[in-house]
Design a protein around this ligand. Structure first.
Ligand code: GDP
Ligand code: ZN
Length: 294
């Protein structure tokens, strides 16, 4: 039978087969042989050991479309980063860090600002403009007022989406709204997964409907930029890309060089200051990391 790994805990893999439910599976020797470790998000073939106890063995890993390192999950289509417009106020440094990580891993990302009901329209439009100008789809919504939910649901439809954001911004509230349609299945899943509750640091997939999954990444708030060279960073700010090659110096990193097209664009208001400031901050961080490495 075919299914998808929705969670892995201490050698057990929970495989959602759709119609037939969730099976607790072990990986047999075949995987050790070709050094492939099953990941949450993998499409797999299983053989059933007990229909009563819902147990089985993984027998085959199907081909992976991609594989993220953070979070460790396979076959991701896109990412959604959720912040609140108020309570808590958006931390744009964290937001930009997340977008950089997704750019580095080549995952298309969108930004969602929840709690639209708590913020004035100017604030909402200001945030929308910053990220739309960078090329990211932006969703403004209110889980409390159930506004802007349909557009968000449409973005998620038929995709596997990594969801991230600090706690308190409304991630669970939004997920619950999306899940209401498949309430029964969710109950079954939570029962199955209860024993793994302590391992909340691991990614897990939440089914929202046919071919639609959320990858929940609890505790995904401190973000890392290891394995990144400081010279790479500029490539992960999409709004800098059209200016590539326009700076006076080849290899300009847009920090202190004269004749820099990015800094010109900043002065002319074509690049948003908060984005540029975060760029410089991340750049300095990477520079420090590099110093420590050598
Ligand atoms: P999570 O930690 O990101 O999962 O956030 P929760 O979904 O638990 O929400 C945190 C708090 O914000 C709860 O008290 C929610 O009721 C509240 N909340 C969530 N969405 C909204 C919203 O759109 N507007 C307002 N005013 N409150 C919200
Ligand atoms: Zn430059």
């Amino acid at each position: 039978m075919k299914g998808r790994i929705i969670k892995g805990i201490a050698g057990f893999y929970y495989v959602d087969t759709g119609e037939s439910g969730i099976y607790e599976c072990k990986a047999k020797g075949i995987f050790r042989k070709d050094k492939k470790k099953p990941l949450v998000g993998d499409h797999v073939e299983i053989e059933i050991l007990s229909e009563d106890e819902k147990t089985g063995n993984l027998t085959e890993l199907l081909e992976r479309k991609n594989e993220l390192i953070r979070p460790a999950v396979a076959n991701v289509d896109q990412a959604l980063v959720i912040f609140a417009l108020e309570d808590p106020k958006p931390n744009v440094a964290l937001l930009d860090r997340f977008l950089v990580m997704m750019e580095q891993q080549e995952v298309p990302a969108a930004v969602c600002f929840n709690k639209d009901d708590l913020a004035g329209p100017e604030k909402a439009e200001k945030m929308r403009k910053i990220y739309e100008d960078c090329g990211y789809p932006v969703f403004l919504c209110s889980a409390a007022k159930k506004e802007g939910i349909d557009a968000l649901r449409e973005y998620l439809d038929g995709k596997t989406t990594v969801v991230a954001g600090p706690s308190g911004v409304g991630k669970s509230s939004l997920t619950n709204l999306f899940q209401s349609e498949i309430h029964m299945e969710t109950g079954e899943i939570s029962r199955k997964l209860k024993r793994g509750r302590h391992t909340t640091r691991h990614a897990q997939l939440i089914p929202l409907g046919k071919d639609t999954w959320l990858c929940d990444t609890p505790g995904f708030t401190s973000l890392y930029t290891e394995n990144m060279e400081k010279e790479e960073l500029r490539g992960y700010f999409p709004e800098f890309r059209p200016l590539e090659g326009s700076c006076r110096f080849q290899g300009c990193v847009h920090v202190k060089e004269p004749g820099c097209a990015v800094k010109n664009a900043l002065e002319q208001g074509r690049i948003h200051r908060s984005r540029y400031e975060n760029y410089v901050m991340f750049y300095e961080e990477l520079k420090e990391q590099e110093k420590r490495r050598y």
